[in-house]
Design a protein around this ligand. Structure first.
Ligand SMILES: [Zn+2]
Length: 96
């Protein structure tokens, strides 16, 4: 599964002309809209996958809105698991 996820993240970054930098873990993920750059952890789990999609969502929609970026991630995701749903809800609540 992680191979499919990793490939999709690469393809989306190409399609939206987004540069990536690596960070050590998904909690450090960020998006910089002006540089079209995301900092993401290696795609090793459903958590790093959905978090990376979320950061791509920020840049793809040019939006700082947390909810919008998560909705984008969920819409574009290859699959969406209960663990990803929980990651999304926890993240939204931590920003509220
Ligand atoms: Zn965000």
């Amino acid at each position: 599964m992680t191979e499919i996820w990793r490939k999709q993240i690469e393809e989306l970054c190409l399609a939206f002309r987004i540069k990536t930098k690596l960070v050590s873990r998904p909690t450090l993920n960020t998006a910089c809209l002006s540089n079209r750059t995301i900092e993401i952890a290696p795609i090793l789990s459903s958590i790093s996958y959905c978090s990376a999609l979320h950061e791509i969502g920020h840049v793809a929609m040019n939006s700082f809105d947390e909810l919008e970026a998560w909705q984008w991630a969920k819409r574009e995701a290859w699959n969406w698991t209960p663990r990803m749903e929980k990651c999304m809800i926890d993240s939204i609540e931590s920003h509220a």
